[in-house]
Write a protein that binds this ligand. Sequence first.
Ligand code: NAD
Length: 347
Amino acid sequence: MKKVKWGVIGAGGIADRRTIPGMMLAKNAELVAVMEVNMGLAEKIRSKYNAKRAYDSEAALLADPEVEAVYIASPVNCHKEQALKAAKAKKHLLMEKPLALTSGDALEIAEACRNEGILCAAGFMMRYHAYHQKMREIIKSGKLGQIVSCRGQLSCWYPDIEGAWRQKKALGGGGALMDMGIHCIDLIQYITGLKAVKVGALTATNTFKYEVDDSSSTILQLENGAFCYVDANFNIPDAAVKGRLEIYGTKGSLLAEGTISQVEGGKLDVMLSDDSAGYDAQQDRGEVKPCEVRVDFGNMYTKEIESFSESVLSGKALDVPAEEALQAQRIVEAAYESSQTGCFVKL
Ligand SMILES: NC(=O)c1ccc[n+]([C@@H]2O[C@H](COP(=O)([O-])OP(=O)(O)OC[C@H]3O[C@@H](n4cnc5c(N)ncnc54)[C@H](O)[C@@H]3O)[C@@H](O)[C@H]2O)c1
């Protein structure tokens, strides 16, 4: 099978923890080069994954003629410059989220890629979770009826750390909402197939000393009128958060737990109950039991790399086009605006 030859910029963080291990399992991808801020780290990662070359400058990696696609997983403040250089070098791009510090910068990236005729996708790998795919399929089939309410939750424990780029707005673009809530916003829109049209939010730094939000609660209205709630915090112990994704419709609910995560797992309870027969004054909740759906779990990062590589090889439409990540980032920015002004923002 033909394989896309990959280079990785910013190989020492999530790339090393999840994405490169996922890439190693992809049938149509080959890691050929890695770039890190110093040669020692770059070489360590190269040797760990048996890649061909290590670099300590992005220009050198982008000049490597064998590299066809680049995965950018550096701190967010580096994304724009690296992406624009990659586009100029005609390398296809898979960018970690958020695409850039601001949606304006993200738009520049998307336009540069379009102008250079290269593909640009975003790293919303949770779209590939088998349960999220199942939820999307059920909603598409109409079995859930009209979508009326959704909830997404992603939080962790992230205390003050000297020098951490995520804790500075100028380096990360935002806090818990920009870093984690954005996954929930993307998932809700992707799974329901409905875009957000209005947003309101509360964000604050309630626990730690850093300048970005450690607490965020966001309300969205979707284009069909449904209301959604997204909670993303940096101040809840990891083990205390269930990573819930709940979607309610006029014919039932899809309740996922532990699926908003870097590891494909968790569970999904499906409850489908057609109440069109009439109003039940007893509100009897006992009759219909939720059905736990079984799926085969895989590796979301492998699926992400395989899907992108397939788009490079065969022209298949991208699963996560940059424009959709840009739209999610606009929602996050509007949420921060709402938090400051106390008013809802129309999108
Ligand atoms: N989709 C996911 O599962 C997921 C999870 C975590 C992080 N992320 C995203 O990945 C990106 C990186 O986050 P992280 O948690 O890996 O951060 P990190 O700080 O753990 O790792 C970033 C890596 O980039 C390197 N780096 C620093 N400056 C660089 C530069 N100028 N050029 C190239 N590399 C540079 C660092 O040495 C480090 O190894 C962010 O956009 C983040 O939002 C995505």
